[in-house]
Design a protein around this ligand. Structure first.
Ligand SMILES: C[S@@+](CC[C@H](N)C(=O)[O-])C[C@H]1O[C@@H](n2cnc3c(N)ncnc32)[C@H](O)[C@@H]1O
Length: 288
């Protein structure tokens, strides 16, 4: 039995079929859970053991009951970090984001298409493998942006995949990539080194506490693939302290597009390009 500690995780195994996976991922993401594994007959969700309290469980139960109309059967199991890594790494396959971008992990035997940019991600419990639609949407949007001279902030960097992609897609300015999860920050550092992507500063910061001071350094583009609740709280701060910076958003369910449109209108942004995959959207927004 693993000992309680900072790098252990709780695995929540929800007994639901694939038709409910995207919706549940969205609902759980709204509660701050960011790591998922989809299996045929269940959805696995992971959160740091330190965050698993009676109050957290109660709030998840009532939210699922309310939004789904019924509480799916689930189990909660304490998982030691090393077991998790082995399981995770064994399951990952290369992910073709587009003709231009391919995400692989170390053990993959790959043949990229001519001209395809390869990003190597060896995840450790952190989000951003390319296995989630929101990561793919962000990357596909980034391919069409002029990234070259932009000073970029990557909020909720996960594996560091977006910051690495920005560098490989031609960005040539320092990037600040941060996450409030220490595993993600550590993993981003490793992936950035593996991809020889230089001048990316990785920090352990919380977007809801540390944004103002960092935004004051002046950014030209903000990447934020997080979740509805965090975006709701940080976008007003971004608008105030980086008033001319466009923002590339994801982590938002298509059902929440009306909410997003209202927020953008209130803050004075226009959605320049919104793309969709499964039940997720990514919106590239610009200040009016
Ligand atoms: C949906 S994942 C995105 C990861 C990666 N950027 C991608 O596009 O695949 C969201 C990330 O945001 C982080 N996160 C959530 N809330 C945050 C907060 N308040 N401040 C900083 N990071 C946060 C999570 O730990 C997670 O790594």
């Amino acid at each position: 039995m693993p000992q309680p500690g900072t790098n252990h995780f709780i695995e929540l195994a929800f007994q639901i079929g694939p038709d409910l996976h995207e919706l549940c991922i969205g609902l759980l993401a709204g509660e701050g859970i960011d790591s998922f594994l989809e299996e045929d007959h269940q959805l696995l969700a992971y959160l740091p053991e330190t965050q698993w309290t009676e109050e957290k469980e109660e709030s998840l139960r009532s939210m699922l009951q309310e939004r789904l109309g019924t509480l799916p059967a689930y189990t909660a199991t304490l998982i030691a970090d090393r077991n998790w890594n082995a399981d995770w790494e064994a399951t990952l396959q290369p992910i073709e984001i587009s003709d231009k971008l391919l995400i692989v992990q170390q053990s993959n035997d790959i043949t990229p298409k001519p001209g395809q940019i390869v990003i190597q991600i060896n995840p450790k419990m952190s989000f951003g493998t390319g296995y989630h639609a929101t990561t793919r949407l962000m990357l596909r949007q980034m391919e069409h942006l002029d990234l070259k001279e932009k000073k970029i902030m990557d909020i909720g960097t996960g594996t560091g995949v977006l910051a690495i992609a920005a560098r490989k897609l031609g960005n040539n300015r320092p990037i600040l990539a941060f996450d409030n999860n220490s595993w993600a920050a550590e993993n981003a550092v490793e992936n950035i080194a593996e991809n020889q992507a230089d001048e990316i500063t990785v920090a352990l910061l919380d977007a809801e506490e540390d944004l103002v001071v960092n935004l004051k350094e002046g950014y030209d583009l903000i990447l934020a693939n997080i979740n509805k609740n965090v975006i709701d709280r940080i976008l007003p701060v971004i608008r105030k302290y980086a008033p001319s910076a466009p923002v590339l958003l994801s982590g938002i369910l298509v059902y929440d597009e009306p909410w997003l449109n209202k927020l953008l209108k209130r803050l004075g942004y226009t959605a320049e390009k919104t793309i969709y995959e499964d039940e997720w959207l990514s919106s590239f927004i610009k200040p009016l």
